[in-house]
Design a protein around this ligand. Structure first.
Ligand code: GAR
Length: 193
């Protein structure tokens, strides 16, 4: 396989709102020699997002858009993405809903990771709802983003067993470990690698 240098990698941005553990795993993945992507920008909807620290640690540009006025935030966001020649977006714990217009602009170029086996448990509180329904399995999904919440084409899923005495916290932790492996695998898959 030809070696990908910083020059011919696809420029991407990762959108976060919180801890950023998926962001960290994507940054590590982007630095592998044969990774098809470079991460040029971290976008956060939250000034206090812990994940913003990875901008400093890995020397990646970061920007905060509060989305209080979605239209204004998205217009500024689009200019930032253009300026940085971003070709692909990875949502990683990004808790804002992007407008139909924004999604249309980046059609087929936005991926999301969700902590359930979609189409089950779209939206919030996935682990609580899976436990309340006595699910034997839960997991995570990487999918393309379309205009309907958590409903775009599925790229990859990973199933985990729900154990007896499982709590929201233990399940979330176990699934997060799988998320960190699944997102890079899904990216390789869409690049046919
Ligand atoms: C992850 O579990 C991710 O799947 C979930 O938020 C967490 C973010 O963790 N995303 C959603 O629920 C999106 N609807 P992280 O900030 O440590 O990556």
């Amino acid at each position: 396989m030809a070696t990908l240098t910083g020059l011919n990698k696809t420029k991407t941005a990762v959108f976060i709102s919180g801890k950023g553990s998926n962001l960290k795993s994507l940054i590590k993945f982007s630095k592998i020699k044969d990774s098809p992507i470079s991460i040029e920008l971290i976008i956060s909807s939250n000034l206090k997002a812990k994940g913003l620290k990875y901008g400093k640690i890995f020397k990646i540009k970061k920007k905060v858009f509060d989305f209080k006025n979605k239209n204004i935030s998205e217009n500024r966001l689009i200019s930032t993405l253009k300026k940085n020649e971003i070709k692909m977006i990875f949502l990683a714990g990004f808790m804002k809903i992007l407008s139909k217009n924004f999604i249309k602009r980046f059609k087929g170029k936005i991926l999301n990771i969700h902590p359930s086996l979609l189409p089950k448990y779209k939206g919030l509180n996935t682990h609580r709802r899976a436990l309340d329904n006595n699910e034997k399995y839960s997991g995570c999904t990487v999918h393309f983003v379309n205009s309907k919440l958590d409903s775009g084409k599925i790229i990859l899923q990973k199933k985990v067993k729900v154990l007896k005495n499982e709590t929201e916290e233990t399940l979330a932790k176990k699934i997060l470990v799988e998320e960190h492996k699944l997102y890079p695998k899904a990216i390789l898959k869409i690049f046919n690698l």
